[in-house]
Ligand binder design. Structure first.
Ligand code: AKG
Ligand code: FE2
Length: 695
């Protein structure tokens, strides 16, 4: 019988189901990179059985378990699908045949019934199976110790003795040798060695590890971690100033997938088989964070290319490090302090670099915490929006968490922000938002009646770039259209009246996040301390940092994605240099603004290089709630009250670049942009504002 005649024999409802399944497959392939397998596999991808649909783990188990032994159910935060992994192919096939197209009924957490569309998978999202690539500086040597050595290592650790040297952390058991790693302070005390040094059983192994050439110092500190199946370690970077560069981890007893995250959003999972040695140096040690997602099994491709679910057994890892002695540490810190302090950029490429590190990456990291402190719209901005005639087309360039997108519901409005995570928050709140840089707004010229740009331009680090941003706002406006621009003012005290930003200090004597009324990205709190690389395996009970990565690194849910794409293309100027997210590489935060030709070839004044000559001028860290001492500075943002960075928490203090504006400066910059005029300029609570009109 030909395939054609089989198809024609299908009932109408079967054909409808086939269509729905095919559509579901296409969506998951396009947006999540999940490929359907033609062959039967043990792993089913079940669309509409995910957490995002309001389906629980128990429900999935109850429905799929009757068809055979379920090894693992994997559900990812904010995803509409689940993976059901069976022990054998027959069970997976039976479940597929019986359940495809059936529905889970409505529940209190699910307003509608959920129809299941199921297919076999040959590939699972990044993070669930090992990647062939490794972060730079990372080496994995398989079979580095024999089974006999493995047994000897394991029996050298007496878990029962020496209370104080051993701790039962919520997610694993830990024992230290040489020096205790103190999780409370994320550091070691070099002046307080433990009575027991690295066990002699390790000597032979350590000689061999040094002979690989990847390790430069003989270790003097050992942390033994023991994980039961289902346990893990939160994502972290081992404290930079505490240990030398090379860190080694020997895996014993069980395989595990170790997850690596780059601050730009890339993520990889590395398979660590039992008896393998992992060595982290350079970028993989200092820039990427590593962690283990608490799961009972790992998905590992077999030699034939099938996906296998491999249960985890008890895994014991020996992590060897060399501590940096206090005098050397002080010397390095002093040297680093003078070398690494960012300077005021004198070229476009320096400016890009500074903004990447001290604006874009910071907002990506602090997005949720930042958004949580940004609720109340500023009255004069609301007033401006409410004045716009119904049906006007409004763009909010640098819309943050979208707090101005819902003010005037009679407008057609769209937001853009450089931070992917902030646009995601906008979408969760039901607003349209896309990722774009203010220097290259992918909106058609002369198409908007009104646009606002609140607390954005002060994050640009040269005058050319600030002028260019204003010219982008003017470009998208139709003739007669108006733009409202707000920037942070250098003057925080006018006629002896202090801004709310300064006054906040007097409120309770300490800076806090309760400065929502003074929003616009300025309100922040300070510690006065410089940020440090930190070891954050605090095990304070929160392992959510791991799942957070998965949440934020996968592509947007298909509905919002299609919706946003459609809206963007409708008003997108083909010729503008828009940022597009690269959903294949999942490098959301490393999108660069396109073509800066306009910027470099323009005859705009190059103030920065003239002004500061050839000597690099260091950026100072501003002390929050005080008057500004200079115009270009770094403003600290501290994650507080249990807030964690999106990358898992390592650094708690972030520094954002600001150029605070002097009186008249914003108007002067607008004067460099042709085709517009300033119709109003005013001071509003520590900010300078202008209303520009396109001529
Ligand atoms: O278990 C492992 O392999 C890693 C342990 C680790 O990262 C640590 O203790 O810092
Ligand atoms: Fe570590």
């Amino acid at each position: 019988m030909s395939a054609q005649s089989t198809v024609s024999k299908l009932s109408k409802s079967d054909r409808k189901l086939q269509k729905k399944i095919a559509k579901s497959q296409r969506t998951l392939l396009k947006h999540e990179g999940i490929e359907t397998s033609e062959k039967t596999t043990k792993i089913l991808c079940v669309n509409n059985a995910g957490l995002d649909v309001g389906v629980s783990y128990d429900e999935v188990h109850e429905v799929f378990n009757p068809f055979g032994k379920v090894d693992e159910i994997i559900m990812l935060p904010k995803k509409p699908y689940a993976f059901v992994c069976y022990q054998d192919l027959d069970s997976a096939e039976r479940a597929m045949n019986q359940l495809n197209g059936t529905s889970l009924p409505e529940t209190s957490s699910r307003k509608q019934s959920a129809t299941l569309y199921i297919f076999f998978v040959s590939k699972v999202p990044v993070g669930l199976s090992p990647s062939p690539d490794l972060p730079p500086g990372l080496v994995v040597r398989t079979d580095f110790v024999t089974e006999e050595e493995e047994r000897a290592f394991l029996s050298a650790v007496d878990w029962g003795s020496s209370p104080g040297e051993r701790s039962e952390l919520k997610h694993r058991q830990v024992k230290h040798f040489g020096f205790e790693f103190k999780y409370g302070i994320n550091d070691v005390d070099a002046d307080d060695p433990l009575p027991q040094g690295i066990p002699p059983v390790c000597s032979n192994f350590l000689q061999r590890a040094l002979a690989t050439g990847h390790v430069t110092h003989y270790p003097d500190q050992l942390t033994v971690n023991q994980y039961q199946p289902g346990q893990g370690i939160p994502s972290h970077i081992d404290t930079g100033p505490a240990f030398e560069d090379s860190i080694m981890s020997l895996s014993l007893g069980s395989q595990v997938l170790m997850d690596f995250h780059h601050p730009d959003g890339r993520q990889l999972s590395v398979l660590l088989p039992p008896r393998s040695l992992l060595i982290m140096t350079g970028e993989s040690r200092y820039v990427w964070s590593h962690g283990i997602t608490p799961r009972k099994s790992d998905i590992v491709p077999s030699a034939e290319g099938n996906l296998n679910v491999v249960p985890r057994a008890v895994r014991t890892s020996f992590t060897f490090r060399k501590i940096i002695l206090p005098a050397e540490r002080r010397r390095r810190e002093a040297q680093q302090g003078s070398e690494n302090r960012p300077t005021i950029p004198v070229s476009s490429s320096e400016a890009e670099k500074l903004e990447t590190h001290h604006v874009h990456q910071v907002y990506e990291e602090i997005a949720s915490h930042f958004s949580g402190t940004r609720h109340s719209p500023w009255p004069r901005i609301s007033e401006f929006l409410l004045k716009q005639p119904p049906g006007s087309l409004m763009a909010d360039i640098g819309c943050g968490n979208g707090k101005y997108l819902g003010i005037n519901k009679s407008l057609y409005q769209i937001g853009s922000d450089r931070s992917f995570k902030l646009t995601e928050i906008c979408r969760e709140r039901g607003f349209q938002a896309f990722v774009a840089d203010v220097l290259s707004v992918p909106l058609r010229s002369e198409s908007f009646d009104v646009c606002i740009c609140i607390a954005v331009i002060h994050h640009l680090s040269t005058e050319e770039r600030r002028i260019h941003a204003i010219s982008e706002l003017v470009r998208v406006l139709r003739p007669g259209g108006q733009a409202l621009v707000y920037v942070w003012a250098m003057e925080q005290e006018i006629n002896k009246v202090k801004s709310k930003y300064l006054k906040e200090k007097e409120f309770d004597g300490s800076p806090s996040v309760r400065d929502d009324s003074n929003s616009h990205g300025n309100g922040c709190e300070q510690t006065g301390e410089d940020s440090k690389q930190q070891h954050i395996s605090d095990d304070s009970g929160d392992i959510s940092s791991n799942s957070k990565h998965q949440e934020c690194d996968v592509v947007k849910s298909d509905n919002s994605c299609q919706w946003t794409e459609r809206q963007t293309t409708e008003i997108c100027d083909e010729n503008s240099h828009g940022i597009r997210q690269n959903s294949d590489s999942k490098m959301k935060t490393q999108t660069h603004f396109g073509d800066n030709k306009q910027l470099d070839s323009s005859n705009l004044p190059n103030k920065s290089s003239e002004q500061y000559g050839k000597q690099p001028k260091e950026l100072v860290v501003h002390k929050n709630r005080t008057n500004f001492q200079q115009q270009d500075l770094l403003v600290p943002w501290q994650l507080k009250g249990g807030a964690r960075s999106e990358a898992g928490g390592g650094e708690q203090v972030f520094h954002r670049f600001y150029h605070v504006f002097q009186r008249g400066e914003l108007e002067r910059l607008c004067g460099h942009v042709t085709g517009c005029q300033v119709v109003n300029g005013y001071y509003d609570q520590g900010n300078w504002a202008v209303i520009l009109q396109k001529m």
